[in-house]
Ligand binder design. Structure first.
Ligand code: PEP
Ligand code: MG
Length: 717
């Protein structure tokens, strides 16, 4: 038994038998050169026929692989088919055979090697990443020309290879692959993307470990660790652990999980919806619409886009669907679009910058989205935001589209607009952005790259790419705080959302939603429930230590009768900042207890323990001191002397700035933003002066209860 530490492309746990991919056939293209290339090309016509036959067979394999795959993975095989048919590949091979008299295998090898070199030298990391596809196609064509039989897996196994192509992966039968180990690889390769979508752990990077793995019959992958020849006990325990987690994932009645954090799924298109619905995801948290724009000859029409968006929105019914407008540029450059020569494409024309530059293209997409919004719960968000000005420009474009559609008599709805927070700039101005948008979605993949000044696809620097870096977590917390303060939800839709080591920290930071790849949905639901449970306990511990809230019912004086000694203090219940395992820092405790002024209760009711407020941002978020009151009636009073500094567009919350400069939020009901103002009558205007105890709002609690929502009134500071 020996342990090796490798690089992680996809984190996970697996134990099983070894399947050596390279031992399957005569070998890779490189080492099979003599066998395949030895033919004398006496008959060019015959060589052309053999080549065309191999191309046809490969096309068939790719299309079978695409049909079996989900939308994310199918796109990879469809792109490989296009590559195979590309004149630079098949065309060039045919030319070599007919003009230079080469045999089919030599021609395939020569053109394959040239293209790989060309792709590897490309400035675009997307094109560089596609050199793996060229290698895969070349190798498979050579195998077909040699007449090698494909050997599929028959028992669940961990596959070991020098290098792996998406087609090899699919050909082996992905359902039986427990784990992957390769010498060469990157987390951003297509094989890694497919493995991630299928929930298969994948480690790479050590030829010594691979040699050892090849020489044994059983392996265990545990995160970055590879155990070769595990002893009986280690192997038995590993199999048990795998079985337990498989069972948990399968039978996890996620319905009964006591959990406030919503878990959504990321998709690339309509084909993923079936799997998403089966996963139990509570909505689509990220539809990467740019996949509709890539690997094709021209931009998709408004009609084509409308159909794609409508079918997703319709299939999701009442559940939320968040579609991100095209995030093109950087490593996602469609061939039909021209791009300037950029030294740093990730820092250049990408995401929203392209949309605002190519307004016609953007408006075509917005029109399709506005039309699709009629069919369900559609929300739109924009990528790579860095300023408020950009959001205003997006809104202006949306307005133009709405005016055009009105004139044309086409039905549409303006959907809620969200900002992706994936640049440090967006996180740092989250307070301002929050006033302009309806939700935040944090793209931690890019936020990490831009915060740590590290190309997310840089090879050999993976150790520096740390989405749990204190700087990244601080920006996430800053964003969630700004969102909560302005009554808009914050989702995390980057990889970090499904990272077991980060979920507790994200929830503690005030994140309300997590959006992960479909295979990770169930596990993320469970992890979120566990994290909330732990945070509740921690919060209760801190509360008890401070001798503040007791479980039970403390009667709160009404504001009307509130004499000075009966007023309500906003309690300090700061839980530890979970992931970082550090106690709450003083700088986060904005109101020193000595200077706490007294607040009047904004409603008649019973005080409930903070950790029982059915919203994690309030229950154990770190950004506020807050408490909840179960209301006895629907009259809401001003909790302090001061001015009304903000009223939520959906009227369920009012912000007050007290005369001593404190910001107090009175939030009526949980998730009541969804009522869109129904049941709420606000009796004051923004900017109005109020005195403690003035009636500021009347609420029909029955409307809240009838919608299945909690009427708990939260006072937060
Ligand atoms: C992100 O950056 O985290 C994100 C979700 O967007 P993408 O990975 O598509 O860039
Ligand atoms: Mg991104």
């Amino acid at each position: 038994m020996k342990e090796y530490v490798l690089r992680i492309a996809q984190s996970g746990f697996a134990a099983g038998e070894v399947f050596d991919v390279d031992a399957t056939n005569a070998g890779t293209a490189e080492n099979s050169a003599d066998i395949a290339g030895a033919r004398a090309a006496e008959d060019s016509a015959e060589e052309l026929r053999r080549f065309d036959e191999a191309v046809l067979a490969l096309k068939q394999e790719l299309s079978t692989a695409a049909q079996k795959a989900d939308e994310n993975n199918a796109a990879i095989f469809e792109a490989e088919q296009m590559l195979l048919e590309d004149n630079r590949f098949a065309g060039a091979v045919r030319m070599l055979i007919s003009d230079s008299g080469q045999d089919a295998a030599s021609a395939v090898r020569q053109i394959g090697q040239c293209l790989v070199k060309e792709f590897e030298l490309s400035e675009s990391s997307y094109i560089r990443g596609r050199s793996d596809d060229v290698k895969g196609i070349t190798n498979r064509l050579l195998e077909l020309l040699r007449g090698d039989k494909k050997r599929a897996l028959t028992v669940p196994s961990i596959i070991v290879a020098e290098e792996l192509s998406p087609l090899q992966l699919s050909g082996l039968g992905a359902a039986l692959i427990l784990g992957i180990i390769t010498v060469k690889g990157t987390p951003s390769s297509h094989v890694s993307v497919i493995a991630g979508n299928l929930g298969i752990p994948y480690v790479y990077g050590s030829s010594e470990a691979i040699e050892a793995a090849r020489a044994c019959s059983r392996l265990v992958i545990d995160g970055e660790k590879l155990i070769t020849n595990p002893d009986e006990e280690t192997y038995r325990q590993a199999l048990q652990r795998m079985e337990d987690s498989r069972k948990r994932a399968e039978d996890s009645g996620t319905d009964d999980l006591d959990r406030c954090t919503k878990v959504y799924a990321n998709i690339a298109g309509p084909k993923d919806i079936e799997a998403l619905l089966a996963s139990g995801a509570e909505g689509v948290g990220l539809f990467r619409s740019e996949f509709l724009f890539l690997d094709r000859e021209s931009a998709p029409s408004e009609e084509e886009q409308f159909e794609a968006y409508r079918s997703v929105v319709e299939a999701m019914g009442e559940k939320e669907t968040v579609i991100r407008t095209m995030d093109l540029g950087s490593d996602k450059k469609p061939s039909w679009m021209s791009f300037p020569d950029e030294k740093n494409p990730a820092l250049g024309l990408r995401g929203l910058r392209i949309s605002l530059k190519e307004q016609e293209l953007f408006k075509t997409q917005l029109r399709a989205l506005l039309r699709a919004a009629v069919y369900g719960n559609l929300n739109v968000m924009v990528p790579m935001v860095t300023s408020v000005r950009e959001i205003e420009a997006v809104k202006a474009c949306m307005k133009e589209c709405a005016e055009e559609l009105t004139k044309e008599g086409v039905s549409f709805r303006i959907p809620p607009l969200g900002a992706m927070v994936e640049t440090p700039a967006a996180a740092l101005i989250a307070e301002h952005l929050a006033q302009k948008v309806d939700f935040f979605s944090i793209g931690t993949n890019d936020l990490t790259q831009y915060t740590l000044a590290l190309d997310r696809e840089a090879e050999g620097l993976e150790d520096y790419y740390d989405p749990c870096h204190e700087a990244v977590l601080n920006l996430i917390e800053m964003t969630a705080q700004a969102g909560a303060k302005n009554n808009i939800p914050t989702c995390v839709c980057g990889e970090l959302a499904g990272n077991p080591a980060a979920i507790k920290s994200l929830i503690a930071a005030g994140v309300n939603k997590l959006s992960v790849s479909v295979p990770k949905v169930k596990a993320t639901m469970r992890l979120a429930a566990e994290a909330e449970e732990t945070l509740k306990k921690e919060s209760a511990r801190v509360t008890a230590a401070e001798g503040s809230l007791e479980k039970g019912t403390i009667h709160v004086a009404t504001a009307e009768e509130a004499p000075e000694n009966e007023t309500l203090h906003v309690e300090k219940t700061m839980p530890e900042r979970a992931l970082r395992n550090k106690p709450a820092q003083e700088s986060y405790d904005r109101t020193p207890s000595s200077s706490r002024a007294e607040l009047a209760s904004p409603v008649d009711g019973k005080l409930i323990p903070r950790d029982e407020i059915p919203d994690p941002a309030f229950a154990f978020g770190t950004m506020w001191q807050c408490l909840g009151i179960m209301p006895e009636n629907g009259t809401i009073y001003a909790p302090c002397d001061g001015i009304v500094s903000g009223i939520a567009a959906t009227k369920h919350a009012i912000n007050f700035t007290s005369t001593d400069g404190r910001e107090i939020l009175v939030h009526v009901g949980i998730d009541t933003v969804s009522l869109n103002g129904r049941g709420f009558t606000v009796l004051v205007q923004e900017g109005a002066s109020v005195s403690k105890g003035d009636i500021v709002m009347e609420v029909n609690l029955d409307v809240i209860r009838a919608a299945g929502l909690s009427p708990v009134v939260v006072v937060a500071e």
